[in-house]
Design a protein around this ligand. Sequence first.
Ligand SMILES: O=C(O)CCC(=O)C(=O)O
Ligand SMILES: [Fe+2]
Length: 362
Amino acid sequence: MNDGTDQLDLAWEKWLATSNDVENFKVINSVNVFKERLRELIPTVTDKDLIYATLYNDYDMFLKILNMFDDYRYKCMKSNNGTTESCIANMRLDGMHKIENLYTESELTDLTNFCDVVENHLGHNISPGGKLHVTVNASGQITSLHNNKSMPNHGELRCQSKSLGCHPPGVEKLAKNLLVDEVCKTWLNSDKGGIWRSTLSWLSPAPATHIGWHIDSIYDVIKVMILLTDVELINGPMYFIKGSHRLNDNAVSRYKHRIFKWSPTESPAPRLPENAIINDPDPATIDDVTPVKLNNEELPKLVATGKRGDAIFFETSAFHSGNRALSMRKTVILSTPTKDTTFKNIFLEYIGYPRKLSDIPT
Ligand SMILES: O=C(O)CCC(=O)C(=O)O
Ligand SMILES: [Fe+2]
């Protein structure tokens, strides 16, 4: 199969040689046109099965096709804003980028007030880990707050918009930040890439990591982690394998192909086997320099430390992990939708990913 981006380059060069009209070089950049093409090119269930089986059985093709979608998207990304541009450049290279001091104290006030209410109400019941259940009456006042403590060995209490049915107070305002909006939309090359879900989290000291090495899914999703406390090595910063959003024919991409094959469901997030990465530090030995060792390959890591008000963007199809904390870490993580955003996501959904094992053609 041809690599579509080579073809795009050739077409571009030919166009330049014969026309001065750079603005009118037409590439598909519309979700609806792309969907129409998919229906024309892959019209039947048998065609979809064939493509699914190829991606399933052929590791090289899996890499080539997923990377082709990224390369094409990277070429189409446009932004008029210098800060967005440099953020996107680092996202392409590393899969993660921090913007310092993105939020002012006054912008953080509403969410901080909500955090104070929760903390004052729960007291020592802020830990161990679990889900925060909130009930609200008709006039929007909180009538009960409860930690279900469903993760007794973990330190993370989560308040998810998914279970709440709305964003926690103050989050919507943070999500409306113009830079966040522009970075997410530029990264996905989609005007549908607005903020979809949020997770507010309190990470307290605990015997186990709240989440080990994983990718959120094969789909493209950008998250922005807003730090509500300073996060240093001792309060559980996220680890991230630099560049692991790309498939570079290394241990990362071999695992991603296995995840594509053997983790058909999206929840819980596809994890690496416990012993795959010999690097699950406790807060006393955590560092920001030692590479991650995956199957004897050394991979550079990034560490999501920063100050209150900083925002850390990361692509969630890269490998990342939680860490344990020696003192409280508070963050809110906003995420974009998978549906109707990148062409890769639309393609994967179109061929029926993720499929149950019984629905995978061989
Ligand atoms: O809380 C963390 O450090 C990890 C967060 C994470 O895995 C995610 O939001 O996808
Ligand atoms: Fe994650």
